[in-house]
Ligand binder design. Structure first.
Ligand code: SF4
Length: 402
């Protein structure tokens, strides 16, 4: 049964709750749902119901296409002046001996190590330390672009920008314009956590607040540039806090149109100050992807980080509103593994990613950071070395009836 038939079937189900039926009808007609309807989805929407709605939207927008990219991460440091309670990554300054602090040269060498690789993006994010200031990052971006102009630099979040701009005494608009001039191409979605102060105050009270996070993205979008957004879910927040978060993002997106992708991030409880908080189930992960897809009607893409939620859950998520499963990563990030993710050395070859997507009946497309198609793998086959070729067709032997 296709996505349209499933939602029609749902709409005709006389046993369906009246309010859920109203929401299904809105989704079917492409209408926006309200905040109270969003909370109702979280409270009452069963997995199957949410999947039908989210998959209808996903297939209307993207059909079976599932995006991924070829990327690597640079994490300048895992030391941080902040003390977010959920963070398994930061070693804080008092535990400096457990941390790393990469130099400019080390980071450039990391970029150079990919010189013969077909990667399209470097994703730079890490802890916050005073020596990584505005001029350091501007020099880094400039040096990367000088070495490899086509490499897309997706770097830092409002957490770092707020800190370095404050130290340099520049306002957000000026600061982001300077970053753009230095070579920044786009901004990842991190640091958003949960915007609502009732929760943010408890889990991440020192770093930039919700308004500052949103203002920095707005300043970036006003330059005609793109960014992503995240939400850290599944800890002490309630459903109303999640909807408040999504609503603030939806409002900014109405204003600027600069967000490309929303990425729900699952709270993991290994080695952090919230280890006593249990993790939510895979069912809740899938429900959350689905509600995000339904609520954020003005976001083009919903992404699942396969390295964070496991390959199998990423495959399932493709039926719950997700159309992007991130990149090859090449074992260059420790953010997920240190938080207790299933993938302890996250790396997948292009072939593995393509097969992962094809195995659940979707259509793999390698994209660049701005979702321009690099390679369509729908009919590609791989040779022994793992290189992709165009699909080959062989004439089948036929009986000679003469
Ligand atoms: S989440 Fe980010 S800002 Fe917070 S302590 Fe960890 S590295 Fe620092």
């Amino acid at each position: 049964m296709d996505a349209e038939k499933r939602i029609t079937f749902l709409l005709e189900d006389k046993k369906l709750d009246v309010q859920l039926n109203t929401i299904a009808a809105k989704v079917y007609h492409g209408e926006r749902i309200s905040e109270s309807e969003g909370i109702l989805l979280y409270e009452k929407g069963e997995l199957g119901y949410l999947g039908v709605l989210a998959n209808f939207i996903r297939e209307k927008r993207h059909g079976n296409i599932t995006y991924f990219n070829r990327n690597f991460h640079i994490e300048p440091t895992n030391l941080c002046v902040y003390d977010c309670k959920f963070c398994s990554y930061s070693r804080m300054i008092k535990h400096r001996e457990d941390g790393w602090e990469a130099t400019m040269e080390q980071m450039l060498n990391q970029v150079k190590s990919y010189d013969n690789e077909p990667v399209t993006e470097v994703h730079i994010v890490g802890g916050v330390l005073p020596q990584y200031n505005m001029s350091f990052y501007m020099d880094l971006f400039t040096a990367i672009k000088k070495h490899r102009p086509s490499l897309h630099v997706k770097a830092l979040t409002p957490v770092e920008y707020h800190y370095i701009f404050k130290k340099a005494k520049v306002d957000y608009a000026t600061g982001m314009a300077m970053m753009k001039d230095a070579g920044l191409d786009s901004m990842p979605g991190g640091g958003a956590e949960i915007f609502h102060p009732e929760i943010r105050e408890q889990i991440a009270k020192d770093k930039c607040n919700a308004d500052q996070w949103l203002q920095i993205h707005e300043a970036w979008h006003n330059l005609g540039m793109y960014s992503n957004a995240t939400m850290l879910y599944g800890h002490i927040e309630q459903y109303r806090h999640r909807i408040d978060h999504l609503e603030r993002l939806r409002q900014l997106q109405d204003k600027t149109g600069g967000f490309q992708t929303f990425i729900p991030l699952k709270f993991r409880n290994k080695d952090n100050q919230m280890s006593h908080v249990p993790e939510v189930s895979v069912i809740e992960d899938l429900r959350n992807y689905a509600v995000s897809r339904i609520y954020l009607d003005n976001f083009p893409h919903i992404k699942a980080y396969w390295a964070m939620i496991s390959r199998e859950t990423a495959q399932l998520a493709l039926s719950f509103g997700v159309d992007d499963i991130d990149g090859t990563l090449d074992d260059t990030t420790k953010i997920y593994s240190m938080a207790g993710a299933e993938e302890q050395r996250p790396a997948m070859s292009t072939r593995e990613l393509v097969e992962l997507i094809k195995n659940v009946g979707r259509h793999p497309v390698e994209r660049d950071t701005l979702y321009r198609v690099i390679t369509d793998y729908k009919d590609a086959i791989f040779d022994e070395e793992g290189g992709a070729k165009q699909a080959a067709y062989y004439q089948l032997p036929v009986l000679d009836n003469k």
